[in-house]
Design a protein around this ligand. Structure first.
Ligand code: HEM
Length: 433
C-alpha cells in the first residue's frame, strides 16, 4: 500500500540529491516525502546557511528520530524560542506581541511553570481530560454527517474535517456557533506565518504582518468581552472555568489577559491540525479499501490506525522552535551555539533506524504512540488528547454509516504551502451503510 501522499504536479524538481532538497519554497510541499529518504540517506542533519538566530549562524533540519527526541526532551539545553523574552526594537519600544505570547511571558516563562500550566489549565479540557467531551464531539460529528450522508459523495475537507474541530473548539471555549465563520477567519490569520511565511522560520513580510494584524483586529476584544461576561456568569465551558480557577503556582486567579492568551493558543492549535489529520486518514483508506474493511469490521484496530496515520502523515511536518545554547553535534555535524533547529517531525516518523518497515502502515505496530507528530516531552502538544478524541469518535461514526469509500472526481491533491500537510479539498464517493 502506498503511504506517501498523492501530490499535485508542479514546476519544482523532485529531489534526488541533498543539494536539491528545499522543504520551504512554494511548491516544495508536493515533494516532502521524496525529500525525506534523500535526507535520511545523505544529509540527516541538513544545514540551511545563514538561517540561524543571529547573523553568522545557521539553521539545521533534524530528520533523525533520536536527534529530535534528544532536543525536545531537554528544553533547558535547547530552549524553544517561545519563552525567550522579546528584544526591544532599535527605538527602544517593545515589539507587538499577541495575547498568547504575552501570557507565555507571564504565566509560563520557565520549565516548571510550563508543566504546571499544562497539567492544571489545559489538560483538564484538551489533554488528559478531553474524554469529557465525548458526547459533545459525537453529536457534532453526527450533525455534519447527516448533512451529506444521502448524497453518496462529499468534499470531505470542506464538509466534515474542517468543520468538526471548529464546532468542537467553539463548544469547548463556549463561543456561539454563529461566530464560527469569524473564528475560522481569525484562526487562519493566526496560522498565516505557518502557511505563507518565508523559509524555515516562517517569516512574514511587513505587508503580510500588517494584513495579519488587520484580520486579527477585534479578536482580542472579542475574547476579552467573553472573559468579562463569563467571569460574571460562568457556564460549563473552558473560559468560564479559567475565570474561576486558582492557579496554584501563583496562588491566585488568572487575569483577563492571561485567559485571552490561553484562548489564542487553543485556537491556533486546535482548528486546522485535526482537519489535516482526518483528511490524510481518509486518503489512506481510499488507497487501500481492504484496510477500511478491516478496521471497520474490528474497531479495536481503530486506535492503531489513527496513530499510524498520524505517524505517516504528520499534519505539522516540522517546526523551527528550538535553539542551541552551546556548541552541539548531531550525527557528526556541528551545530554551534545560536543555531536554530528545525525539528522535522514527519521525517523522524519515518526514520529507518527507529521504525521497522518505516513506510508501512502496521495496525499492530508496537509502541506506535512514540511518534513525533505531537512532539514528545514536557513541551509536547497540549491538545493531543482532544485531537485524538475527535479522530476516534469521527471515524467510529463514519464507519457506522459508510460501508466503503473511494476517491471521487475533481481531486487535484494540491497542498497549501508552509509547514502543514494541508490538502485544500478531498472529493470522496461512498456507499452508505
Ligand atoms: C493532529 C492535531 C495536532 C497536531 C499534529 C499538533 C502538533 C503540535 C506540535 C508538533 C506542537 C509543538 C510541540 C513542541 O514544540 O514540542 C504543538 C504545540 C501546540 N499545540 Fe498542537 N497539535 C495538534 C492539535 C492541537 C489541538 C487540538 C490543540 C488545542 C486544543 C493544540 C494546541 C497546541 C498548542 C497551544 C501548542 C503550543 C505549545 C503550548 O502552548 O503548550 N494542538 N502541537
Amino acid at each position: 500500500m502506498r503511504t506517501e501522499p498523492r501530490t499535485a504536479p508542479n514546476s519544482m524538481k523532485c529531489p534526488v540529491a541533498p543539494e536539491d532538497v528545499d522543504l520551504f519554497s512554494p511548491g516544495a510541499q508536493e515533494h516532502w516525502y521524496e525529500a525525506y529518504p534523500v535526507l535520511h540517506a545523505k544529509s540527516p542533519v541538513h544545514r540551511i546557511p545563514g538561517e540561524g538566530s543571529v547573523p553568522g549562524t545557521d539553521g539545521f533540519i533534524l530528520t533523525k528520530y533520536e536527534d529530535i527526541l534528544r532536543v525536545v526532551r531537554d528544553p533547558e539545553r535547547f530552549p524553544p524560542g517561545l519563552t525567550t523574552p522579546p528584544k526591544p526594537n532599535p527605538d527602544g519600544s517593545m515589539p507587538q506581541m499577541n495575547a498568547m505570547m504575552e501570557s507565555i511571558q507571564t504565566l509560563r516563562p520557565n520549565e516548571e511553570l510550563w508543566r504546571a500550566h499544562k497539567s492544571e489549565l489545559t489538560d483538564p479540557w484538551v489533554g488528559t481530560g478531553a474524554t469529557r467531551h465525548h458526547d459533545m464531539i459525537k453529536a457534532a460529528a453526527k450533525g455534519l454527517i447527516d448533512n451529506w450522508i444521502d448524497k453518496a459523495k462529499v468534499d470531505f475537507v470542506g464538509e466534515f474535517a474542517r468543520l468538526l474541530p471548529q464546532i468542537v473548539m467553539a463548544n469547548v471555549l463556549g463561543f456561539p456557533h454563529a461566530d464560527i465563520p469569524r473564528m475560522e477567519k481569525w484562526g487562519e490569520a493566526q496560522v498565516m506565518a505557518f502557511v505563507y511565511g518565508h523559509g524555515h522560520r516562517n517569516l512574514l513580510t511587513p505587508e503580510q504582518a500588517e494584513e495579519q494584524n488587520r484580520i486579527l483586529a477585534g479578536f482580542k476584544e472579542y475574547v476579552a468581552d467573553w472573559v468579562i461576561e463569563k467571569r460574571k456568569n460562568p457556564k460549563g465551558d473552558m473560559i468560564s472555568w479559567l475565570t474561576q480557577a486558582t492557579y496554584s503556582p501563583f496562588n491566585r486567579k488568572l487575569t483577563d489577559m492571561e485567559i485571552n492568551g490561553i484562548v489564542y493558543a487553543m485556537m491556533i492549535g486546535g482548528l486546522e491540525t485535526t482537519q489535516y489529520a482526518m483528511a490524510e486518514q481518509a486518503q489512506l483508506f481510499c488507497e487501500d479499501p481492504e484496510l477500511y474493511r478491516t478496521v471497520r469490521n474490528d474497531r479495536s484496530k481503530l486506535r492503531g490506525f489513527i496513530e499510524e496515520a498520524l505517524r505517516l502523515r504528520a499534519p505539522t511536518q516540522g517546526l523551527s522552535t528550538r535553539t542551541t545554547t552551546q556548541d552541539e553535534e548531531f550525527q557528526g555535524v556541528k551545530a554551534p551555539a545560536g543555531s536554530i533547529l528545525h525539528m522535522r517531525w514527519a521525517a523522524g516518523n519515518r526514520d529507518p533506524d527507529e521504525w521497522e518497515c518505516p513506510h508501512d502502515l502496521l495496525l499492530d505496530r508496537k509502541g506506535v504512540t512514540r511518534h513525533l507528530t505531537f512532539s514528545q516531552g514536557s513541551r509536547s502538544c497540549p491538545g493531543s488528547g482532544i485531537s485524538r478524541q475527535e479522530q476516534l469518535i469521527a471515524w467510529n461514526l463514519l464507519m457506522d454509516r459508510i460501508e466503503s469509500l473511494e476517491y471521487g472526481e475533481g481531486n487535484t491533491f494540491a497542498h497549501q504551502p508552509g509547514i502543514m500537510l494541508g490538502l485544500f479539498e478531498l472529493h470522496l464517493n461512498f456507499r452508505k451503510a
